[in-house]
Design a binder for this molecule. Structure first.
Ligand SMILES: N[C@@H](CCC(=O)N[C@@H](CS)C(=O)NCC(=O)O)C(=O)O
Length: 205
């Protein structure tokens, strides 16, 4: 299989990490950001959004990172990452969409207004709002992890992947953050996974 993307994209990290957890050989094609290539007609035929990640697996072209994670788990993760029981699976999946909708946008703001934009274009107020809002939403994950070993439940699974990618930023960026002992414990657990260290703990920018 092939994955197009760039190291600094959290969405790309999710797919590379999942493929490695499932021992899949991936040809990683650098695209997006400084690598460019997303407006190339060949690429746009595969993903008309002109975004990464993009997965090619046989005749399948797939975009949307959370969908790629679910596909990989369903196709290659029977007995490991894939959860057969629909209620249990949905309970894990809700953390994936929650991360994309409620957590990741704040990290995007923090990275843009704290790191990427030229100084003159940064808006400290937006940055401060996102830092404060992150502390509030992550309390929800902290509470869940106070009763569950993993975001997915009893075992590591797809529910851990999007938040696992974002939590690397939470602990890696120098942010004012409250003490969340269960999130910290979970982050330590993630770091014992070689695929997490190789595919997620690479670069922030
Ligand atoms: N919802 C999409 C978002 C895709 C997206 O916005 N990708 C960004 C990178 S995170 C992108 O391709 N940006 C243009 C670029 O990297 O040049 C997903 O989860 O895959």
């Amino acid at each position: 299989m092939k994955i197009w993307g760039r190291d600094s994209s959290g969405n790309v990290k999710k797919t590379l990490w999942t493929a490695e957890e499932l021992s899949q050989d991936v040809e990683y094609i650098h695209a997006g950001g400084k690598h460019g290539g997303l407006d190339n007609p060949e690429f746009l035929k595969r993903n008309p959004n002109g975004k990464v990640p993009l997965l090619e697996d046989g005749s399948l072209n797939l975009w949307e990172s959370n969908v790629i994670v679910r596909y990989l788990a369903a196709q290659y993760g029977k007995g490991s990452l894939w959860i057969e029981n629909p209620a249990e699976r949905a309970s894990a999946e809700k953390w994936m969409d929650w991360t994309s909708n409620s957590v990741a946008p704040h990290f995007r703001t923090i990275i843009m207004h704290g790191l990427r934009l030229p100084e003159a274009q940064r808006e400290p107020k937006l940055l401060a709002q996102s830092v404060a809002e992150l502390s509030r939403v992550l309390e929800i994950a902290e509470a869940h992890l106070s009763e569950n070993e993993w975001m997915t439940g009893k075992a590591f699974g797809i529910g851990d992947i999007p938040l696992g990618v974002n939590i690397y930023l939470w602990f890696g960026l120098s942010l004012e953050r409250p003490s969340f002992p269960n999130l910290e414990r979970w982050y330590q657990q993630l770091q014992t996974r070689p695929a997490y260290r190789r595919r997620v703990m690479t670069t922030i920018e």
